[in-house]
Structure formats: C-alpha cells, structure tokens
Design a protein around this ligand. Structure first.
Ligand code: ADP
Ligand code: MG
Length: 228
C-alpha cells in the first residue's frame, strides 16, 4: 500500500524521466538529421567524414534507451540465494583490467558472507556502474576498494574511491535520472543502481569528502540465516 505522497513522487519521477529521455534522444537525432540534409544538398565526399559521427550519435541514443529500459519499474528481478562474493569474484578481472588501463589499482577484501537473495545480472550491473563511477572520479589515479562484510542483519558491500568527491549540492541529486556532471555521461548509472537496490530491499549510504567517496550497500539477511 503506497502512500499518496509516494505515489505522487513516483508520478513526478516518471514525468521527469520522460522529459529527460526525450531531450537526450532528440540531441543525437537533430545531429543526424542535419547531416542527412547536408548529404542531400552537397557532394558525396562529406559523407566519409560525417558518417562515423552519425553512427556514434545513433549508438549514444541506443545506449540511453537501453539504460532507460533497465530502469523500468515493473522490471522483473530474478532473485535467488546467492553468495555476493562469487559475483564480485567473477567481475574481478574485468574491473582490474579497466583500472590498470587507466593507471589505477583495485583492492578487494571479501569476508565470508551468508547467502542472500540476489539477482546476479542486476548485481553485476550495480557493481560495475559503481566501480566505473569510482574509477572515473580518480582521473589522477588512486585506489578503488571493494569490500564485503557482515553487520548484524545485513551483508554490506562497500565500494570506495579516492576521487574528487561529491559536493553537498550534487549529493542531493545523486540517483536522479539524467543527473550527470560528465560531458559524456548519461546520468543513468546511479539511477539504475538505486532501482536495483530497491528491488533487493537494500539501502545505499553515501559518504563523500574531497578525499573520495564511499558507497555502502546494505542487503538484508533473511531471518532464517541470521546466526545468533
Ligand atoms: P554518469 O556516470 O553517466 O555521469 P551516474 O548516474 O553514474 O551517471 O552518476 C551521476 C553523477 O554522480 C556523476 O556524473 C558524478 O557527478 C556523480 N558521481 C557518481 N559516483 C561518483 C563518485 N564515485 N565520485 C564522484 N562523483 C560521483
Ligand atoms: Mg556512471
């Protein structure tokens, strides 16, 4: 049973997102249309130069739509009993490669955790989105920490970077669809993380300073698995 306020907030979000996606898709479309018009009026050799840009713009529109769809509220979560460390270990080589490529390093500390209800595809997406953000925040290099541990009734996933941090004004906007401070950002990565966390009844805590940012995602441990 949703409160009237929660329902209104949700409606608002849907409207905001519709406006956002319309805007984001219209930009690449305008570019592509402009080039096509040029092609119709002008000689052929321009095409070689502009087609790659048009393809890039189409890819971008496609990426925005794909990310937007994975935000859909009624999306099915296929959760099953799963060890979060197993999912992280699968991603380890990928994250490590991404970090090393840009002169950063990754530190893993995975403690034994009870099995919890997880959709492993969604979890991979959440972990990758947050790790990418962490790496992108450290343009001058640094360490990305990925840790898991148990805390009373929760399994905690910690993702911490030594990047530029997030100021208070931006902290408030975190997770809002299309909020981005990056030239090439979609602003959907964290919105997806928040919706995945919500489907897992998990909370997200953010701690940030000019020394870096820490995300703490807390997953409930099913009562039957809590060891007294
Ligand atoms: P994008 O990465 O495409 O910009 P996200 O939804 O992933 O979109 O992130 C939204 C914004 O939140 C980023 O543009 C950035 O300003 C801020 N942000 C997210 N994670 C971090 C982080 N680890 N460090 C600093 N800023 C961050
Ligand atoms: Mg991102």
């Amino acid at each position: 049973f949703e409160s009237e306020m929660a329902r209104l907030a949700q409606l608002n979000l849907v409207g905001e997102m519709a406006a956002g996606i319309a805007h984001e898709i219209r930009n690449p479309m305008t570019t592509i249309r402009g080039f096509l018009q040029l092609f119709r009026e002008n000689d052929r050799h321009m095409q070689k130069e502009y087609i790659p840009i048009m393809l890039e713009e189409l890819d971008r529109a496609n990426e925005i739509i794909t990310e937007y769809l994975s935000l859909a509220k009624n999306k099915q979560s296929h959760q099953q009993p799963e060890n979060i460390n197993r999912i992280i270990e699968m991603l380890l080589p990928l994250i490590q490669a991404e970090a090393v490529m840009s002169g950063k390093h990754v530190h893993f500390q995975l403690k034994d955790c009870p099995v919890i209800q997880l959709d492993d595809k969604e979890m991979r997406q959440l972990i990758l989105n947050m790790c990418m953000n962490g790496l992108e925040a450290m343009s001058l290099g640094g360490k990305l920490r990925i840790e898991t541990y148990t805390e009373a009734e929760h399994v905690v996933l910690l993702i911490a970077d030594e990047g530029i941090g997030i100021n208070e004004e931006h902290l408030e906007k975190l997770g809002r669809p299309f909020f981005t401070t990056k030239d090439e950002g979609t602003g959907l990565g964290l919105a997806i993380c928040y919706s995945i966390a919500a489907r897992h009844q998990a909370s997200i805590e953010v701690q940030s300073s000019e020394k870096g940012t820490t995300f703490l995602i807390r997953f409930p441990i099913p009562a039957a698995r809590i060891q007294g």
